[in-house]
Ligand binder design. Structure first.
Ligand code: DP6
Length: 355
């Protein structure tokens, strides 16, 4: 007899912002990176993807996705790779236990909302794919760990693998040809360094010019600085960054974060044709952080920029006034000021998941 029930699971996934950047693929099909990366997970209710996955034998349509109220394709090779893998894992459970409903065979309906500036360099694909994978894994009652699920999320969007964890997260590039060791692992929970704060300076909510997938392929193919970054700079920074986090050494954390952001934007500029993600507002944010650090006499703030002009500024709660206070007084906070370029400043605590 046909089963008319609708099975459903909902979840959220947070945005993560890398302090050591992923930029470059050694295998585009499996989405394997040329270097390891490390991120901090932001906790703010409006910087999360909220996703519901449902399936039913009664659904007669194909798999579908409604993203922010609009139908969106689920037929891309990346989405298909993720869905196929999740269905295969569910099928293993169904084959083992005949009484389980055959969810793996039924169409999926996914509804996802992320109201933050999509594709403006605020890692929307990271939160989006992480929430998609987790929602379906919950729906299918999969026993896989977040690290195992991260290998699936990675195939959706590389940075998504890091959004399956809270706190401080490393994505190990791995060496295996099949990519099974290219996974995210928790470096430290958010509770390890609860004083850490992040400020998001939204310089532009417009869609970025060069999407990260295309941009990083161009950089890997044409930048002469890129091999130095991948072979020497990033491996050394990964070690130093893990150490700085372990010791809660903010000055070193800040140095490494700013150096790696600048190194990433330098290889973008060194790409043929050059890629520009930072704009005048971004450079003003850099100068402001420099001025704050100089005035205090040590690093109390660290900027980083992804593939877009928006800045994320890390600082410790004890320096709130000197960092967030200065940014807000100059740029205004999100409720008040919307300057020439619509710059907004929002604070985000660091997210801890499953703690
Ligand atoms: C600059 O994860 O969006 O944000 O794997 O092609 O989907 P794909 O790329 P994506 O790239 C993110 C690049 C970055 C740096 C980072 O998050 O580490």
């Amino acid at each position: 007899m046909a089963d008319s029930r609708v099975y459903r699971a909902s979840t959220t996934a947070p945005v993560n912002i890398a302090v050591i950047k992923y930029w470059g693929k050694r295998d585009a099909k499996l989405n394997l990176p040329t270097n390891s990366s490390l991120s901090v997970t932001l906790a703010q209710s409006d910087l999360k993807a909220h996703t519901t996955a449902s399936c039913s034998q009664a659904f007669s349509d194909d798999d579908s996705l409604i993203l922010n109220g609009e139908p969106s394709p689920l037929t891309t090779p990346r989405s298909q790779a993720c869905l196929a893998r999740l269905r295969a894992l569910r099928k293993i459970l169904e084959d083992r236990d005949n009484s389980l409903p055959k969810l793996s065979q039924w169409p999926l309906r996914i509804v996802s909302i992320n109201n933050f500036p999509t594709a403006a360099g605020l890692a929307s694909s990271a939160a989006g794919f992480a929430a998609l994978i987790r929602a379906i894994a919950n729906l299918y009652e999969l026993p896989q760990s977040p690290t195992e699920l991260s290998a699936i999320a990675r195939q959706g969007s590389g940075s998504a693998c890091r959004s399956l964890f809270g706190g401080y997260v490393a994505w190990d590039a791995g060496t295996a040809a099949d990519g099974n060791d290219s996974v995210a692992v928790e470096v430290a929970p958010a509770s390890h360094w609860p004083e850490m704060r992040a400020l998001v300076v939204v310089a532009s909510a417009e869609k970025k010019g060069v999407p990260s997938t295309a941009g990083m392929q161009q950089t890997a193919a044409t930048s002469t600085l890129f091999p130095l970054r991948v072979e020497k700079l990033v491996p050394a920074r990964m070690i130093a960054m893990k150490e700085a986090i372990a010791k809660k050494d903010f000055a070193t954390f800040a140095d490494l974060t700013m150096q790696d952001s600048n190194s990433f934007h330098a290889v973008c500029l060194d790409t043929v044709p050059p890629i520009f993600y930072m704009n005048e507002t971004s450079r003003a944010a850099v100068r402001l952080v420099e001025a704050i650090n100089e005035r205090v006499g040590r690093n109390v703030a660290a900027y980083t920029f992804d593939a877009g002009p928006n800045a994320v500024v890390y600082y410790l709660a004890e320096n709130e006034g000197q960092v967030a206070g200065v940014f807000k007084s100059l740029l205004g906070d999100k409720d008040g000021w919307a300057g020439d370029r619509g710059t907004q400043v929002q604070e985000a605590p660091i997210e801890g998941l499953d703690e």
